[in-house]
Design a protein around this ligand. Structure first.
Ligand SMILES: [Zn+2]
Length: 221
């Protein structure tokens, strides 16, 4: 059942039931603790909207310029890291729906991944922005789990927080995506160092040369 991990402010454990937070396994069909499953979620949340990548603006909060620009940044990340895909969903999450199980349900039922991208083959990063409350949550598929930890997603959400609180959704997406790219570049350096493929110093030099000035996005909106 559980095919995504998640990060929100209060979450820092690995695979857990999205409803009760009890430890869970990918191979269980329902949570042993509370009985949560996607089928149960279907019954309480109804029919999931058909979403698409890179950006599904269900709430209709993005202007044309902001949407194009944010999509451009997402594509840039995907070009740099073709192993993963990024989906951003902006929607009013029903007020009675708890955010984490709802996001989990959207991740699995929103048609963001194809049928073959199950379990370890799923390398989707989803950013869900609740436009009714300015909350945001990020989840990754199992295929990314060995690499992208909660701490990385937290950092991406943190980057999106300020623009989100100002209602600047496009900028929030851009900040999230840019931070994700930064985190992934750091991870690549780390992985290569761990396998002894590169000298640390060379990578440090390279990353410093490619650093972009912070705050560039701010002036665009
Ligand atoms: Zn549970």
């Amino acid at each position: 059942m559980i095919v995504a991990r998640m990060a929100a402010e209060d979450l820092n454990q690995a695979v857990r039931c999205p409803a009760c937070r009890a430890p869970a396994s990918e191979h269980e069909t329902a949570c042993r603790q509370c009985g949560f499953s996607l089928e149960v979620a279907d019954r309480s949340f109804g029919i999931a909207p058909a979403l698409h990548k890179p950006i599904s603006d269900v709430a209709g909060v993005l202007g044309g310029f902001g949407k194009r620009r944010a999509a451009g940044v997402v594509e840039q990340v995907e070009r740099a890291f073709p192993q993963l895909s990024l989906a951003v969903v902006l929607m009013d999450v029903p007020q009675q729906a708890p955010l984490v199980p709802y996001a989990f349900w959207i991740f699995n039922r929103g048609q963001l991944s194809s049928a073959v991208e199950k379990g370890g083959e799923n390398r989707l990063v989803m950013l869900l922005i609740d436009t009714s409350s300015y909350r945001a949550i990020a989840m990754v598929g199992y295929g990314l789990e060995p690499f992208i930890q909660d701490i990385h997603l937290q950092s991406c959400l943190q980057a999106a927080l300020q623009p989100l609180q100002r209602g600047r959704h496009a900028q929030a997406i851009e900040s999230f995506a840019r931070e994700l790219e930064r985190q992934l570049r750091d991870l690549c350096v780390l992985v290569k160092q761990q396998f002894g493929l590169e000298e640390p110093a060379r990578w440090l030099d390279a990353s410093m040369a490619g650093e972009e000035p912070v705050g560039l996005a701010e002036s665009m909106y």
